[in-house]
Design a binder for this molecule. Sequence first.
Ligand SMILES: C[S@@+](CC[C@H](N)C(=O)[O-])C[C@H]1O[C@@H](n2cnc3c(N)ncnc32)[C@H](O)[C@@H]1O
Length: 312
Amino acid sequence: MSEPAHVPVLAHEAVTALAIRPDGIYVDATFGRGGHSRLILAGLGPTGRLIALDRDPHAIEAGAALRDPRLTLVHSAFSRLGAVLDTLDVARVDGVLLDIGVSSPQLDDATRGFSFRFDAPLDMRMDPGSGMSAADWLATAEEGEISEVIRTYGEERFAKSIARALVAARQKEAIRSTGRLADLIAAAVKKREPGQHPATRSFQAIRIYLNRELEELSAVLPQCVDRLQPGGRLAVISFHSLEDRIVKRFMRDEARGEQAPARLPIPAAMLKPGRLRLVGRAQHASDAEVAANPRARSAVLRVAERVGEAAA
Ligand SMILES: C[S@@+](CC[C@H](N)C(=O)[O-])C[C@H]1O[C@@H](n2cnc3c(N)ncnc32)[C@H](O)[C@@H]1O
């Protein structure tokens, strides 16, 4: 049976923003099913190179079918980008793309345990070989921790009631399926948001927490800048306001450089200059793209360019 497709979001905009040089070296740190990678490869000439990472072994397996000698696929979390490039003996690259979050095949494959649309074993790990499954976490986490996770990463106002309900329920029987978790959450949510399943926010929160998604993003961004050639571009697509805030602040701070403390006039030459230049404003998907692919609704693309001297 063929697996569910992943339609790349803001694909043309993101790949155009990378301003591909045919002989350049590029990184797609979130290969997924290779939608953006294919477009990058199409812009590369025979001597260009694309290094693509994904922490999901299924994505890496699917990518092997591309059989393109210019493509190096690496099974790794992108927080290890610097170490991956060191292993490949690549000092600097001409562009990095991050299209963060989950892919459609992850959400649409019931056996991955990401979605309340199916009743399946509760897992939610992008890399099933690493870290704790959602079922194991829910079996052991303190009520306060569950509530904090659901409130922080899901911005769910009924986080406390949900956490209380989950802890009470697990005392009778462990919560090991997506269906049971969704039913328990639905019963604890006092007021439903129109058009949204009551478990949407909690499922998203648990996934973000267990996959350390915000920590991964904060860890990779400085490594991207360290590794970009001057003139090289960083393009980041995020789907959640918490992620976009991290990207926006990071790019702004890197563009600004070191600031003198208010009461201490330090000559500008002694302060570290900014390493990035912002390229354009945040971009969103067009109405036509959102109509064709509702997943694009919350996508935000931010682009910045490395400034500074060429590497020795
Ligand atoms: C939105 S999808 C990318 C889709 C891809 N651009 C395409 O067109 O097919 C996100 C992908 O990034 C991967 N991913 C998310 N966080 C990651 C991380 N910290 N390290 C490596 N891969 C990650 C997920 O496993 C998923 O396959």
